[in-house]
Write a protein that binds this ligand. Structure first.
Ligand SMILES: [Zn+2]
Length: 483
């Protein structure tokens, strides 16, 4: 085949259930600022507009972290979102946080979607066989496109055990070449797309090692790629997060290879008219009482509460302060979650609190030794900054309050921490400290003793703290400092 063909790929990734417009971080004149963008009703308008511009030459793929992250999206374990997703002409998805409802529950949910959930790397513990289809073949104007899915591989490694009940995950790098060969040689596809939730550093390594991928759509790490990256003849894009962006990649294909491409990272602005049918579906998800609960103002913030920094963040510092106040511990830990839209100065609503910590776990407490703390933080820095992208298993650096660490990013595993202080005093490795934490992502199950849950959830603690101290302000405290 030597004729020239055209295909437009639209990428949705890491929307985290942000169905409605919300604030998002942008950089202006060298400084971070926020403005309102996004939402599924506006995204739907853009998707159908591109279908009109390129009839029968568009495919829309979703990298996952879709059915989780806001109160609205999580109603009925994500099922409330299904009619909306089914109306958006999505061609396939892969997943990550969707497994938080349990693999069985998520598998049931996927049967209600009108497009396939695909993953080559999620296996049944009993049968050792994949529980989802490896991929799908999509035809557009005679062009056969093989799409292969790779789900997040960290679910059974650092997340609560219920998320991987009965299943295990591989990286997918060993399975992928066989699927590429199968699709090319047996199914005679013209083009191979990999839909990955491994993360951008991991995906760059993957395509450098594996031949024959035309396009890799990357997810999980919330990178806004304003320009595609080409590695080993594979075009890679990733398109931000929170349904604030849409990635558009126009391909010119000759002889079953991408000859040239054009790309745009589109921010979903308020000037786009919302699709009225989708808007009605979104509005219809919540009951009147749920809506008024979410709209309740709990207090005010003087500073922007944001989560976009790798080492510590104003959003997590206030979450940790609230948990520490409620538990009376020396230390407080939370995970370096990437999701969570910024909250600008002004009113803080219950909806904002659910965006900060949508699972609303109980506050847990434990006793943990200095030696364990040191090891835990070295593990966490390795999970975040490992020289080998395949060993990066984390989000941002673990969120901490009550300690100060000076560390060398560039050093190898277990050699990064230079100085470690607790409450302003050098850490005593043999001493036992009292800590509060949110889920096993914050203090893994093998650390600490006397672990127990308080009868107080993270959102209740946040609400109480903000009500008591309103207007609040949150600053960066210099807890984790690279030197
Ligand atoms: Zn993810």
């Amino acid at each position: 085949m030597s004729e020239e063909r055209h295909l437009t790929i639209l990428q949705i990734n890491d929307t985290h259930g942000y169905l409605e417009p919300h604030h998002e971080i942008f950089w202006k004149s060298g400084r971070p600022t926020t403005r309102k963008v996004g939402g599924f009703a506006r995204m739907a308008t853009l998707l159908s507009q591109f279908e009109v511009e390129h009839p029968n030459a568009v495919i829309t793929l979703d990298n996952g972290d879709t059915l989780h992250g806001t109160f609205t999206a999580m109603k009925n374990n994500g099922r409330a979102m299904v009619p909306i997703l089914n109306a958006m002409a999505i061609d396939a998805m892969t997943a990550h946080w969707e497994f938080s409802y349990s693999p069985a529950e998520f598998q049931n949910l996927t049967h209600q979607l009108n497009y396939p959930m695909i993953a080559i790397n999620c296996f049944s513990k009993d049968t050792k066989t994949p529980i989802f289809s490896h991929g799908t073949i999509i035809e557009r104007k005679g062009l056969h496109i093989g799409v292969i899915g790779i789900a997040s591989n960290i679910i059974d490694k650092i997340m609560p055990s219920s998320y991987s009940d009965g299943v295990y995950f591989t990286l997918g790098n060993e399975e992928l070449p066989n699927y590429i060969t199968h699709l090319r040689d047996k199914e005679r596809v013209d083009l191979i797309i990999v839909l990955s939730h491994l993360g951008y550093p991991q995906d760059l390594k993957l395509v450098s090692e594996i031949d024959g991928i035309d396009v890799l759509l990357s997810g999980h790490t919330h990178n806004r790629l304003y320009q595609p990256v080409v590695v080993n003849r594979t075009v890679i894009i990733q398109s931000g997060s929170h349904a604030s962006f849409l990635g558009k990649l126009d391909l010119k294909i000759v002889n079953n290879r991408v000859k040239t491409f054009r790309h745009k990272l589109i921010s979903i602005e308020e000037i786009t008219t919302p699709n009225p049918a989708i808007q009605d579906m979104i509005t219809g998800i919540l009951s009147q009482s749920e809506r008024s609960m979410l709209d309740t103002i709990v207090g005010q913030t003087r500073s922007t509460l944001a989560r976009w920094r790798s080492l510590e963040s104003t959003m997590d510092n206030i979450l940790l302060q609230a948990c520490q106040d409620a538990s009376g511990t020396d230390l407080a830990f939370s995970n370096g979650w990437r999701f969570g839209a910024p909250i600008p100065p002004g009113n803080v609503t219950m909806n904002d609190l659910y965006n900060i910590i949508p699972n609303n776990p109980p506050i847990s407490v434990c006793e943990i030794t200095g030696k364990e703390l040191w090891q835990m933080m070295e593990d966490n820095l390795e999970n975040t900054y490992s020289r080998d992208p395949y060993r990066q298993l984390g989000g941002y650096v673990k969120r901490c309050l009550g300690l100060t660490i000076y560390f060398k990013i560039e050093n190898p595993y277990r050699k990064r921490i230079h100085e470690f202080f607790i409450g302003g005093h050098p850490i005593d490795l043999s001493k036992t400290y009292r800590a509060c934490f949110l889920t096993v992502q914050s203090i893994p199950a093998h650390y600490g003793t006397n672990r127990r849950d308080l009868h107080l959830t993270a959102i209740d603690a946040l609400k109480q703290f903000i009500q008591k101290h309103s207007p609040v302000s949150s600053t960066l405290k210099g807890t984790i400092v690279p030197i």
